[in-house]
Design a binder for this molecule. Structure first.
Ligand code: HXC
Length: 273
């Protein structure tokens, strides 16, 4: 897909930007001329992503950091700011997911996803705030349809992403007066991502996903990148507090994908059951 926006001279930071949708976003901004910094937990993935971005001609830096660790996020954000100056575009996309029934996962399993998705987004936005260009910066969070529609085996993700949605809209209220726009992208099923591999691990399940999308197919990472470029561009100068579905109509159709039949057996009822 040809880049249709020019981000020459812009500084873009993407947390989670070393794989999947978020790497696609980082590459989209790199192709559009931005300098790009990426962070994720795995140092090897960080190095590989930085090499890819530099291969596209972008100035790029990376940091290995877990978004659950507020101090580590703060340190990474400081390094990114030192590298390329004020941040024009901040993307918070680190996420965790696995299918599991609410009563069949441990409290720590539920907490892990809420801490990565929701607390992680808060940590990234909070650390980014002081370093955002103002007026003019754009913050983009990455949510999921699970933030708006209940899905079996996804109680942890639904709870976390619903929180991301309202955090996003609240930051749009608080930061709008400073000239900072804050929006969420709500990707539908995107082919080749770790999320789809976890939620639809077989070809049969992926075919069912395809049939459940009004446009009849899964999306591509570059289609999410195109939405991110739009949201960060002057073309979206009056867009803030939006939850932009980029999902082939999946949410409009009510996300007609039952994961329930793939549910692991619910454990025997304990006390009170
Ligand atoms: C039940 C599970 C589990 C599973 C892990 N746990 N996998 N419980 N079913 N399949 C439990 C563990 O037993 C542990 O609980 C707790 O979760 C934390 O697991 P750890 O492995 O110690 O944590 P950690 O290494 O931090 O890994 C975090 C993770 C993991 C979320 C569990 O899956 C991860 O790193 N994911 C990152 C990549 C990812 O998921 N990407 C997809 C994002 S897609 P106990 O009690 O044993 O300590 C997405 C949206 C998709 O978010 C939308 C599609 C439309």
């Amino acid at each position: 897909m040809k880049a249709s926006f020019d981000f020459s001279g812009a500084h873009v930071v993407v947390f989670g930007g070393t794989s999947g949708i978020n790497l696609g976003i980082a590459e989209g901004f790199a192709r559009a001329g931005a300098s790009v910094c990426v962070a994720s937990r795995d140092a090897g993935r960080v190095d590989a992503a930085v090499a890819r971005l530099r291969g596209l001609g972008a100035a790029a830096e990376g940091a290995a950091c877990d978004v659950r660790d507020a101090a580590a996020v703060e340190a990474a954000m400081g390094r990114f700011h030192d590298a390329f100056g004020a941040i024009d575009v901040l993307v918070s996309g680190a996420a965790g997911n696995f299918p599991a029934p609410a009563a069949g996962m441990s409290p720590n399993a539920f907490r892990a996803v809420v801490e990565i998705d929701l607390l992680g987004t808060y940590h990234v936005c909070r650390a980014g705030f002081a370093r955002l260009r103002r007026p003019g910066a754009s913050v983009i969070t990455i949510s999921a349809p699970q933030g708006q529609v209940a899905m079996a085996l996804q109680s942890h993700v639904c709870a976390a992403k619903a929180g991301v949605d309202l955090l996003t809209r609240t930051l749009a209220l608080e930061w709008g007066p400073l000239g900072i726009r804050v929006n969420a992208i709500v990707p539908g099923p995107i082919a080749g991502t770790e999320g789809m591999a976890r939620l639809a691990p077989t070809p049969q399940m992926r075919a069912r996903v395809d049939r459940s999308v009004p446009l009849g197919r899964q999306g591509r990472a570059e289609e999410i990148a195109a939405a991110a470029l739009f949201l960060a561009s002057d073309a979206a100068s009056y867009v803030s507090g939006a939850l932009l579905a980029v999902d082939g109509g999946w949410l409009a159709a009510g996300v007609p994908l039952g994961l329930g039949e793939a549910a692991p057996a619910v454990p025997p009822a304990g006390p009170g059951g």
